[in-house]
Design a protein around this ligand. Structure first.
Ligand SMILES: [Zn+2]
Ligand SMILES: [Zn+2]
Length: 130
């Protein structure tokens, strides 16, 4: 395996999105997927971006989408299970782990839905790339 082109010590696992160099997990900036060298060059710009409106908007969108999906799933669950489901709440406090309170015998179903939701959230986060 090729070695990291920044430190030359560890084996490369990532490719810098800016310069295209193959880099290791120690030399990659996980927030922007660029190498430490490119990161140090663009640092003031990145800090500005993170302080800007972009990140809270992204969090808001993710939160909103998650709550919406949760509501849809609860509605759908109630529909297919009829009166058996007395209620279900999906809480997403901006962490990638929704907490589910299932009532009645369908608690397991709600947990399964929550697990699917986690996968969806992870996918959304990966797509947006903080
Ligand atoms: Zn390295
Ligand atoms: Zn780079």
């Amino acid at each position: 395996m090729a070695l990291c082109e920044i430190c030359g010590v560890k084996s490369s696992r990532y490719v810098c999105q800016k310069c295209g160099r193959r880099i290791c997990e120690s030399c990659v900036n996980i927030y922007s997927w660029i190498c430490s060298e490119c990161y140090s060059k663009t640092e003031p710009q990145i800090i500005e971006e993170h302080k800007g409106i972009e990140l809270p908007v992204k969090l808001f969108i993710i939160g909103f989408v998650t709550i919406f999906i949760g509501m849809m799933l609860i509605a759908f669950g109630s529909l297919i299970l009829g009166a058996k489901v007395s209620g279900g709440i999906v809480i997403f406090p901006f962490i990638p782990v929704p907490i589910v309170f299932g009532f009645g015998s369908e608690a397991i179903l709600m947990i399964i839905i929550a697990m699917l939701l986690i996968l969806m959230i992870i996918t959304i986060i990966k797509t947006i790339k903080f």
